[in-house]
Design a protein around this ligand. Structure first.
Ligand code: FES
Length: 208
């Protein structure tokens, strides 16, 4: 599929109401991280790296490692943090480490993301590229990721391309492999996480 935004689809999804992933607290977070000075990197804040596994970011299973069986084919997505399997440290000290794990039929994945997927599982940054809210909802009818702040829609089958709303660019992908039936990080994000200077709208805010 073309990488160009599908303006027709934008119009279709623009009025759609998404379904929450049950992660309200994280979705309420404003993009404060984008405005703060750089923090010292610690084991809890270092970015995901090759070999990291993933744990639930919140909910009843918060901190539990995620297997492929935990990811229902066709969605919804699961919010997760990377974890260093050597030290056991969960990298939840940095909001930009929050990722969306989602599993699809491998045949549904477009060439934009096929290189980063493993057994149909893909991972994307959960930080909206518009104003940095958490992409915390799922639109079940269209199978799209939804940022509730300004109804930004991303297509997980096609590299998290923007298919509705104001985000200026896709969500960065995080390459995966599978080890021991678990999705495992195979490298860093494919592009800068969150709001990129110069692409953000003037005078905007991340009101939920
Ligand atoms: S912050 Fe996500 S659509 Fe505006």
């Amino acid at each position: 599929m073309s990488k160009k935004p599908d303006t027709t689809r934008r119009a279709i999804v623009g009025a759609t109401v998404g379904v929450g992933l049950g992660l309200g607290a994280l979705s309420m977070l404003a993009p404060i991280a984008a405005l703060k000075p750089k923090k010292e990197v610690t084991p809890e804040t270092e970015p995901p790296k090759e070999g990291d596994v993933f744990v639930y970011a919140e909910g009843d299973r918060k901190g539990k490692e995620i297997t492929l069986d935990d990811l229902p084919k066709g969605g919804p997505a699961v919010l997760a943090f990377p974890k260093d399997p050597e030290t056991g440290v969960v990298k939840s000290g940095e909001r930009n480490n929050l990722v969306l794990l989602i599993r699809m039929d491998p045949g549904e994945l477009g060439p934009e993301v096929a290189d980063y997927a493993a057994d149909g599982a893909v991972a994307y940054s959960a930080i909206c590229t518009h104003l940095g809210c958490t992409v915390s909802e799922w639109e079940p009818d269209k199978g799209l990721l939804l940022c509730p702040c300004h109804k930004g829609f991303y297509d997980p089958r096609h590299g998290a391309q923007v298919v509705g709303g104001p985000p200026p660019r896709p969500l960065p992908a995080l390459p995966l492999i599978v080890k021991g039936n678990k999705p495992v990080c195979a490298g860093g994000f494919t592009s800068q996480v969150g709001v990129v200077a110069g692409l953000e709208p003037q005078g905007g805010s991340c009101a939920v």
